[in-house]
Ligand binder design. Structure first.
Ligand code: ISL
Length: 567
């Protein structure tokens, strides 16, 4: 019988390096700071970490604009620090994933400068260049994800280049075999330094429709620059060039993709990606106007999206589970209730995303219910995406207060505040007297790792303690790792979300039922017929509330039951 790949039994912890822990006192997190805190990861029970990009970069997009793929930015440390981090993590049984940004480089990268300065030189075709349209305007109507045109004029070269993100992030031209060769060489360079895999930034944007056609009015960029025609083939080629392929994890971030495409790109026979970070559930509150057009959603909407994702990847594909990251508002603020039920709802969100089928990725701070930052004015935003969005909304005629409110709710800045370690000045992020690069959320005296660990150790309720318990539950009950998953249809109006995990084959070991009240109100327990209640073991294997027979669920209540054999 083929052994399961390591990542199917893993829980990944996602670190945003500049906001994790500053060991040098310059106000920015760094690699030695991560090493200092590895014991926190080990205590939680995670067995892999993914770090946002730490390569040399002008930091226009906090490291997602790379100017040297083979060196560490001095802001974060040195190559020796990275080697030390990898060795220390491995000593603790934690694998290390780096964040490779291969769709685009910084415009400060020597390739871009050479390409821009010499249209006939050897780097000429490393980027996407095009002449102005006949009317002198942009070559087509594509838009960047950062609220600006996807083309920037270069006076030096006398052409436009594609930037699907900031102006300083130029898209690399993967149709050029030399670019593809370089991409794999970069990955192999880091594999030689003993890393265990990669998160591949927006990897489904690498293929652009030949001839750069405009998107028809009201059309979707899919097929134009999202999930483009050659992307899958190039990813497959990339993987085939890696050393030690079988043990190297490739997680692709695939923005704007569809569940069937996620299935195809992660199917074992595609030999492309092992998992994808898809966006269906984090786009749940986007209105017709997109991210800055907030729409409230119901628990049933979330259950429906999760059901579709799970179904699409059933069998030979493998889901990636996450509730937030450095590009999203905080999960407890978006999916939970960060007011009256902050602890309870953070636990409910954790139970959903840790117990479904797939590999969970916990974003730093979720384990202590870190919440959105109380921004009061637009000049507090640091992120280029937020700043551009304010510009775009105001240009479209939005009133200043409205533009601010819309961006505040969804700003990526919310999730980028420093990690809250303890109740001392700067929450233990940096040295006393040092100003962190971004303000600490003022709620840190109560919501910090030290406090919650104390509570957990005293047997008191704590989000951190529950994260540890749920991770242990996955470890101790095979069915959570290997079993199939069925999200139950509880009807449009049910505030509850429930799913069954059951043995997909003879090795699976029993079945479990997870029931979560995904709301702040007391709700009826879904009917026994819908849950299959008759066959439950008496004692739940995990419960946030003492078992009652009242037929109701308390706000954000979570119960996990073992189902009788033979289910
Ligand atoms: O634009 C977004 C979605 O509408 C962003 O949240 C984000 O840019 C997108 O998820 C792609 O993310 C990744 O690539 C970006 C970088 O800014 C993000 O931080 C990164 O995670 C460009 O490299």
């Amino acid at each position: 019988m083929k052994e399961r790949p390591w990542w199917q039994d893993a829980v990944i912890y996602h670190i945003y390096p500049r906001s994790f822990r500053d060991s040098t006192g310059d106000g920015v997190g760094d690699l030695p700071g991560i090493v200092e805190k590895l014991d926190h990861l080990a205590w939680l029970g995670v067995n892999a970490l993914w770090m946002g990009p730490v390569f040399r970069s002008p930091q226009v997009d906090n490291g997602y604009d790379i100017s040297d793929y083979r060196d560490i930015d001095p802001l974060f440390g040195s190559l020796a620090d990275l080697d030390h981090l990898v060795a220390e993590a491995h000593r603790l049984g934690i694998r290390v994933l780096l964040d490779l940004v291969l769709n685009h480089s910084s415009t400060e990268h020597p390739w871009f400068r050479a390409s821009r300065d010499n249209p006939r030189g050897e780097y000429s075709d490393f980027y996407h260049w095009a002449d102005p349209a006949p009317n002198g305007g942009f070559p087509n109507n594509w838009r960047s994800f950062f609220s600006i045109p996807a083309w920037t004029w270069s006076a030096e070269r006398g052409q436009y280049y594609i930037n699907l993100f900031a102006v300083e992030q130029a898209d690399l031209n993967w149709t050029n075999p030399r670019v593809r060769h370089e991409m794999a060489a970069i990955a192999n360079y880091w594999l030689d330094r003993d890393v265990d895999g990669f998160r591949m930034d927006v990897i489904n944007l690498i293929s652009k429709a030949p001839g750069y056609p405009s998107i028809p009015p009201g059309g979707n960029p899919r097929g134009y620059y999202i999930d483009g025609p050659e992307a899958l083939g190039w990813i497959r080629e990339f993987r085939s060039r890696l050393r030690g392929t079988d043990d190297v994890l490739l997680v692709g971030e695939t923005i704007g993709t569809t569940p069937p495409t996620s299935r195809r790109w992660t199917a074992a026979e595609s030999r492309a990606l092992h998992m994808v970070i898809s966006f269906e559930h984090v786009n749940i509150d986007y209105g017709p106007g997109g991210r800055w057009d907030y729409r409230p959603f119901r628990s049933a909407d979330l259950a429906g999206i999760v059901a579709t994702q799970q179904q699409a990847l059933a069998g030979s594909s493998w889901p990636c589970l996450y509730s937030g990251n450095h590009d999203q508002p905080r999960a407890v603020s978006r999916f939970g209730n960060d007011g009256a039920f902050r602890r309870e709802s953070a636990v409910a969100v954790a139970a959903l995303f840790l117990l479904l089928r797939g590999t969970p990725i916990i974003y730093q701070g979720e384990e202590i219910a870190m919440a959105n930052y109380p921004f009061t004015a637009p000049d507090q935003f640091e992120d280029v995406k937020s700043i551009n969005a304010i510009g775009e909304l105001t240009a479209e005629g939005a009133e200043a207060g409205d533009a601010f409110a819309r961006v505040k709710a969804q700003a990526r800045d919310n999730a980028r505040t420093p990690m809250q370690w303890d109740a001392t000045e700067t929450a233990g992020f940096t040295s006393d007297g040092v100003a962190p690069w971004f303000p600490v959320n003022p709620d840190y005296p109560e919501w910090n790792v030290e406090r919650q660990r104390e509570l957990a150790e005293q047997g008191e309720p704590s989000v951190l303690g529950v994260y540890r318990q749920l991770i242990a539950l996955r470890r101790d009950h095979t069915v959570f790792r290997t079993g199939a998953c069925e999200v139950l249809d509880l009807g449009e109006d049910s505030p509850a979300i429930a799913f069954r995990r059951y043995a997909a084959d003879a090795r699976g070991g029993g079945a479990m039922l997870v029931v979560i009240n995904f709301s702040s109100v007391i709700s009826p327990l879904p009917s026994p017929a819908k849950l299959g209640l008759g066959s439950l073991d008496k004692q739940p294997v995990f419960a946030t509330h003492p078992k009652t027979d009242s037929g109701t669920l308390q706000p954000w209540e979570v119960s996990v039951f073992r189902m009788a054999a033979g289910y």
